[in-house]
Design a protein around this ligand. Structure first.
Ligand code: HEC
Length: 144
């Protein structure tokens, strides 16, 4: 049987996947976040839930800052108080991985929030050059 010729323009380069990388985001989540927040995002002990969290569904700048630089001290999540710390991942995860990770986290754990793009992560990283301190919740809430 003869195969029909490919339409012009197809076949030369492999197809680019245009989704925000939800599948690779899941792998990043499982490698870097699930140990504390659990695979189902419900949290455990000291680590708060990501499901129904206003930090996940709220402005993306806050969420990106938490993952880039970490967060410590008192914070409220879904009516409960926490006072622990979480390390930042900005040194080990490039912007593209943080974008797919957070797109996965939002898709999985929030009904309303949209994906996080590489441009958003790069903008927030660029606005905080050389930051090594963890954020405090009240700083994140002050600064939109
Ligand atoms: C070592 C354990 C640990 C790891 C690993 C970790 N977190 Fe956290 N995370 C915490 C703790 C503890 C807090 C609460 C910090 C506080 O009390 O100030 C927190 C808070 C958060 C918050 C804000 C509160 C909430 O539940 O919505 C988000 C969002 C978050 N983490 C996302 C992530 C993501 C995404 C990853 C993976 C890149 C991750 N965390 C990895 C322990 C961890």
């Amino acid at each position: 049987m003869l195969l029909a010729p490919l339409p012009a323009g197809c076949g030369a380069a492999p197809r680019q996947v245009r989704s925000p990388g939800i599948a690779s985001g899941r792998i990043v989540f499982q490698s870097y976040c699930a140990a504390c927040h659990q695979y189902d995002g419900q949290g455990m002990g000291d680590a708060p839930s990501l499901a129904n969290s206003p930090w996940v569904a709220g402005p993306e700048d806050r969420l990106i800052r938490i993952v880039l630089h970490g967060v410590r001290g008192p914070m409220q999540v879904d009516g409960k108080s926490y006072d622990r710390e979480m390390p930042g991942f900005g040194q080990v995860l490039p912007d593209s991985k943080i974008a797919s990770l957070l797109s996965y986290v939002r898709k999985q754990f929030s009904i309303s929030a949209g994906p996080v793009t590489v441009e958003m992560v790069s903008r927030v990283r660029g606005a905080n050059p050389g930051r090594t301190l963890y954020w405090r919740a009240e700083e994140l809430l002050d600064k939109q």
